[in-house]
Design a protein around this ligand. Sequence first.
Ligand code: IMP
Length: 184
Amino acid sequence: MPPAPPFPILISNAQIRRRTHELARQIAAAHQDAPPVLVAVMEGARTFALLLARSLPCGLPVHAISASSYGSGTQSSGVVKVVETGDIAVRGRSVLLVEDIVDTGRTVTAMRGHFLSKGAAGFSVVTLLDKPARRVVPVELRYTGFTIPDTFVVGFGMDLDGRWRELPDVVLVDAAPAPRPAVH
Ligand code: IMP
């Protein structure tokens, strides 16, 4: 298998870890009375959600939910379908949705409607990345790791057509790749 191309790093794994620990501290302080229900939007948010859960002092389980907002490639189809496999018990509890990246805002909006209609007492969002330049629907993001420009990224759980999730850093795929050093 060919090695990953030398994608430029936007946010390093060390930066992600530091920021996630800070977010975990804020979340723990805000939810001292009752822990939230942690729900990660799969697959992209899995890596971030697990790191976040490990960083929280209270050992919360990570529930999974799926949304399809992308057909293929880097353009959104505009239609978000929420898929909950197994019933996540949220009635009367506060949901903390864990996202990898908020782009148009459609996924977060669909998730909010989904959980509030199931009787959740509250809904807030923690996202590793926010791409506000692409917003179509206004959304409230309670906790944001990093705000990034309008560019497509992969790595740390995020993919492009199923590739590059395993990369440890958040890297740029639509920038021109750095030239490989010539070997003589
Ligand atoms: P939204 O509904 O447009 O906010 O899209 C959110 C979802 O789109 C994220 O959870 C990702 O799965 C995907 N997405 C948006 N931008 C990117 C990106 O730059 N890289 C990888 N996935 C992205």
